[in-house]
Structure formats: C-alpha cells, structure tokens
Design a protein around this ligand. Structure first.
Ligand SMILES: C[S@@+](CC[C@H](N)C(=O)[O-])C[C@H]1O[C@@H](n2cnc3c(N)ncnc32)[C@H](O)[C@@H]1O
Length: 284
C-alpha cells in the first residue's frame, strides 16, 4: 500500500490537526514561557539535550513540528539551519508567527513525512521527532527510510514518543491496565471521533469541527527493525517511567520529567515512553 492510497486517512488527520492548532495555541501550550526569554527552551528539548548533543553550527530537521516550539528550541541551541516539517498548514501558519516573535530563523515546510525527502533540500546532521508522532504514521518501515534519506553520513536521529504498550492500554483504568488497542502495526487504523484534544477544554477556542482521526501503533521490534533495515546504527534504546502527558488524570501525578503513576508499584508495570537514538554510518 503506497502512502498516496492512504490519502483519505491523511486528509482526515490534516483537517483534525488544522482544527487542533487553534485550540492548542489558545490553551497556552508553553508559548508565553518560550517567548519570555531568548534562552528558554521547551521541557521536551531540555529532556533530550544530552541525546541531541552539540547543535552549534549543525543542520537540524524537526519532523511533525506542530506549533514549532521544540523547533524554536533547537534553533536556540545554536543550530545553523533548522527546518520544521508538518502536514498541517494551520499549525505551520501559527508556528511561523510564533517563530517570528521569538526571532528564530526557521524554514517551516508543509508536507507529509512520507514526502519529506522530496520537499526539503539538503541533508541533516540531526533529525528530531518526538511525542505524539509515530501514531499518525501507518508504515514504520517507510518512516525509517525517510529518516535515513534525510541524514548526512554520521547524522543522528533522536526519537522519543509514547511507548507502544502505553498506547495499547485503554483510557479506562477501572479494571487495571487492560490492552484495548493493537500493539502491532496493522493496515487498518484505529479511528476516533473526538471534538476535544489532549490539552482539555479551552474556554474561548474555536470548536474542533473535523473530529475524525486515524492512528496506528508500532511495536518496539517493528520500530527498531525498521531503523536497522533502513541502514541506521542504533546507539540508545530507553523505556521511561514518565510520560509527557497526564493520560490517566486520577492515577498520575506531576514529576520532574512530566507525569508518572502515583502508585509506586504501577511505575514498574508499564513503560510510558520509548526513546531511540540512531545514526547513519559513514561509508568506510
Ligand atoms: C502531537 S503533535 C507532535 C508535535 C509536538 N510533540 C507537540 O506536542 O507540539 C503531532 C503532529 O504531527 C503532525 N502530523 C500528523 N500526521 C503527519 C504526517 N503524515 N506527516 C507530517 N506531519 C504529520 C500533525 O499535524 C501534528 O502537528
């Protein structure tokens, strides 16, 4: 199945994300905090700072950049060229305006991840993509090939996302941790109808009209194998006890890295995020 034949799913997702962009900006989304100081960076980029390494003078691409806050943070870490890419034109319209206010020089490109190689010129030292990204992509092998094609020899991928087991658990925890969604990649997506977003209700934000979205899960082995098959070398695989968001509000509490289970025993039951660092080898 080519990604063109998945256009129906991508069209729904784009419309949904275009609507969410306005809601997210109205919710705050950490924009004021980022604009408050030219040195500020997002919590997510701060968490990945060691994985990203020295960015001074580097060429960096951020896939699925949404409102561009992590992208601005990458620019603030000294990168010489920063590209942010996303499917949602409305997200990018807002990202450009926020980046202008932050005086960050970023090239925002509207494209599907699967078209990124054709949409962007040049190769990159670092490719960053994190938190809420792989679930929107039906084909993890195709994703990994795009990543490899965008990296210079020696260039690095820094990926951190909701863990695929965390994604397979249902929203209702009243019967404990119960698997309700696929763990392995499937052709058919899980389709949702939802007029809210993960930021919760936002007083005077426009309504989400395009409520339908489609998501896929990808197992840990599918992700690692896809990156290896694309020719990358894996440098780090980490599973965390913290999440970027409060998926189960009654069972989770804030922690320095985001949110974790209140129940200490539960913290050892379920990985909440998966981080992978990999690089494209230099030819010998
Ligand atoms: C949860 S956000 C991730 C960004 C970041 N972690 C954040 O919270 O701002 C997901 C982004 O993926 C984008 N997206 C979804 N499917 C995509 C695709 N096939 N190609 C490019 N971007 C896509 C959406 O438009 C959205 O901006």
């Amino acid at each position: 199945m080519t990604h063109a034949s998945r256009a129906y799913w991508f069209d729904d997702n784009r419309a949904n994300w275009d609507d969410r962009a306005a809601v997210h900006e109205a919710s705050g989304y950490g924009i004021a905090e980022l604009l408050a100081s030219p040195e500020a960076i997002t919590a997510e980029i701060a968490l990945d700072r060691d994985r990203l390494g020295e960015l001074n003078g580097r060429e960096v691409i951020h896939l699925q950049c949404h409102l561009g806050l992590d992208t601005i943070s990458l620019a603030r870490m000294g990168a010489a060229r920063v590209v942010g890419l996303d499917l949602s034109g409305e997200s990018l319209r807002r990202a450009r305006a926020i980046a202008e206010r932050a005086r960050a020089n970023i090239d925002f490109v509207e494209a599907n991840v699967y078209d990124a190689r054709a949409a962007v010129t040049g190769d990159f030292d670092v490719l960053y993509t994190s938190i809420g990204v792989l679930c929107w992509l039906p084909d993890v092998a195709g994703w990994a090939r795009v990543i490899a094609s965008l990296l210079k020899p020696g260039g690095r991928l820094v990926f951190r996302d909701d863990h695929p087991v965390f994604q397979a658990i249902g929203d209702d925890l009243s019967n404990g941790l119960v698997l309700r969604e696929p763990y392995f990649q499937a052709v058919e997506p899980s389709t949702w109808e939802d007029d809210t977003s993960y930021v919760g209700p936002v007083g005077d934000a426009p309504a989400i009209i395009h409520t339908r979205s489609h998501q896929w899960n990808h197992s840990v082995a599918e992700i690692i194998t896809a990156l290896l098959d694309a020719g990358l070398v894996i440098d780090e695989v980490t599973e965390t006890r913290y999440s970027a968001w409060r998926r189960w509000p009654d069972a989770m509490e804030p922690c320095p890295e985001g949110f974790r289970f209140i129940d200490k025993a539960m913290r050892n039951c379920l990985p909440l995020q998966l981080a992978v660092v990999a690089h494209r080898p230099t030819p010998s």
